[in-house]
Structures are given as C-alpha cells and as structure tokens.
Design a protein around this ligand. Structure first.
Ligand code: A2P
Length: 323
C-alpha cells in the first residue's frame, strides 16, 4: 500500500482514461470490482465519471461493498485550474459520481486554460489553446485545501507537475499533497521526481504503466500519430517475464509496485484486468530490478507531452522537462 493521507491508497488501481464506450466501461468496472479492484481512477475531463458512479452505486446499493472499501480518484480539469473553480468542478464530479466525497482529488495539470467553464473545456483561438497565464498554482492549492476541510475530498494531490512545482506547493501547503500522479514505466522511471516526492512523503501513482499501447486512436482524433513505445515487447521485459512465468505487462507493473509506486493500468478486457491484478504473487530479484532499471530512457521515454493541445507549451507553468 502506498502511504497517502488520511486513507491508504491501494497500489493497483483501474485507469479509465480512453475508456469512452459506456457499455464497455460498465462491464469492465463490474469485472474489476468482482476481481477485487478497489481503487478507481477517473477525471472530469474523461467524461466517464457517470459510468463509474452508476457501477459504484449498483455495488453500494446491493451491499456488495461499502463506501469505505473504495478509493475513488478524480481530477480538477484543465479548464478549472483557478481558485474560484475548484469547488464548482469538484461538485460536478461528485454529482457525476453520485458520491458525497472522493478519496483523492488531483489538480490534473499545473497549467490552466482561460475558459468560461464546463461548456468550453478546451477553448481554442487562432489554432491555439487559450492559456491562463495569470493563475498561480499556490492559489489553486489553497482552494484544494478548502475541499478537504469541507469533507468533499479525503485527500488532495497533484498530477503532471515537475519537482519545482511540487516544492512550491509543499512550501505553502497547510494540507500537504498526498499523491503525485505522473507518467511512469520502465522506459520513463522518473527517478528525480520520485526522490522529490519521497523527501516530502508524497506517494507516487504511475499512469500509462504499460506505455499506453492503445493511445493511437486518441491521437488520430487530433490528427496526430502516436508511436507506441513497445515496452511490452522489449526483449529484457520479455526475458524476465518468461523467467517468472508471467506476462510482460505483469513484469512492467510489478517493477513499479515493488518500488512502492501505485499503478493504474487501463483495461476493458476481463482477462487483462485479471492479469494486471495478479502481480503480488511473485517477486523480481535484484538482478531483474537492475536490468529493468537499465531500460530507463529518461526524458526521451516520456510518451505524453500534451502536444494534442496546440500551444500549451507556451504556458509559463508547462513543466520544462515536458518540452
Ligand atoms: P485493453 O483495454 O483492450 O485491455 P496504459 O494503462 O499504460 O495506458 O495501457 C492501457 C492499454 O494497454 C490499453 O490499450 C489496454 O487495452 C492495454 N492493456 C491493458 N492491460 C494489458 C495487458 N495486461 N497486456 C497487454 N495490453 C494491456
């Protein structure tokens, strides 16, 4: 279990980014809960919180689960990165989810857009996103703290931030960030960022822990191409998987979890959902870990640079190491 405040976040969660098909996601969530997933990661911007809420309600109403057993994560969207919008967007998410509180509320990105709100989530002008360069992350954090105080979020955290942004928040925080959610996998191990988090007792949750092999369609919608990282066919990963009688995906996930990093692999496939959860019954030895650590490509291993948002790199809060 990764340490978060005040409740413990299960190390393996279900990612739902790009789970756009409602029926498919509904089935996947049913299967995931049956299998024992208790940590569900969603976001307002994914447009699937209502499906998560529908399935959770079915489980709560039938008595198969209690609210306390669940760990539900959602995120303040890019169009809500403003002190006066935090409570509003969290309320929208809670309505969608049909819940009184979320277990963890994350600032989805440190860079906000100059948006009128939920009806214009990604404002574009002259082919570029309309950035809000005035709002300071510290001011947004103060509003995040208020939602902890009023009980609508049990804990709060950050996502897609760099070390300097984390340090800035830690300096002013009355409620410290419980968690940082960032891209993390064998090709992009985020060692420096993880060290910053460790120094401040912030747990790390890795998104795209399998390198997001299914992201191609999403990029195509933006007229872009996604070059898959191919980490599931990496020869070192495949060799270690064979040695343990496990799949490459299980090795990639185990590598992170064994270091205390939470993972949120996305799947809508029953077999893969099961596979992704079965990573606690084997251990990578020190040589395996060393070999896998050797796969780190540093910044060039990053797959998500938000380049589907044209002009976002001009935002002053756009993390330098993402450029
Ligand atoms: P599917 O939903 O059809 O299972 P990431 O979490 O790194 O973004 O990766 C998610 C992608 O990887 C999805 O396309 C998902 O497809 C696929 N996937 C999830 N689990 C596995 C697995 N165990 N083996 C291979 N591919 C997987």
């Amino acid at each position: 279990m990764a340490s978060t405040n005040p409740k413990t976040m299960p190390l393996i969660g279900l990612g739902t980014w790009l789970s756009d098909n409602e029926e498919e996601l509904d089935r996947a969530l049913e299967t995931a809960l049956e299998l024992g997933y208790r940590h569900i990661d969603t976001a307002w911007i994914y447009k699937n919180e209502k499906v998560v809420g529908r399935v959770v309600k079915r489980w709560l109403d039938s008595g198969r689960i209690t609210r306390k057993e669940l760990f539900i994560v959602t995120k303040l969207p890019i169009c809500g990165i403003h002190p006066e919008k935090v409570a509003h967007f969290l309320n929208l998410s809670l309505q969608n989810l049909g819940l009184d509180y979320v277990d963890l509320y994350l600032i989805h990105v440190p860079f906000g857009l100059d948006s009128s709100g939920e009806n214009d989530p990604i404002p574009i002008s002259n082919g570029k996103v309309v950035i809000d360069s005035r709002t300071k992350l510290e001011a947004v954090w103060a509003s995040m703290e208020a939602v902890v105080r009023n009980g609508k979020a049990a804990s709060i955290g950050l996502s897609n931030c760099d070390s300097s942004q984390i340090e800035r928040i830690v300096r002013v925080a009355k409620v410290p960030p419980a968690c940082l959610q960032v891209e993390g996998h064998v090709y992009f191990q985020q060692k420096e960022l993880r060290a910053t988090c460790a120094r401040h007792g912030i747990s790390v949750c890795a998104y795209s822990p399998l390198g997001s092999p299914g992201r191609g369609d999403f990029y195509q919608n933006f007229g872009r191409t996604f070059k898959p990282l191919g980490l599931l066919s990496d020869s070192t990963v495949v060799r270690i998987a064979k040695k343990h009688g496990k799949s490459p995906a299980q090795v990639c996930l185990r590598f992170l979890v064994q270091q205390g990093i939470a993972v949120i692999p996305k799947s809508v496939n029953a077999q893969r959902l099961k596979e992704n959860l079965q990573i606690l019954d084997f251990e990578l030895d020190s040589q395996d870990m060393k070999d896998l650590e050797g796969l780190d490509k540093g910044a060039s291993g990053r797959s998500l640079k938000f380049d589907f948002l044209p002009g976002i790199e001009d935002h002053p809060a756009f993390p330098k190491d993402m450029k």
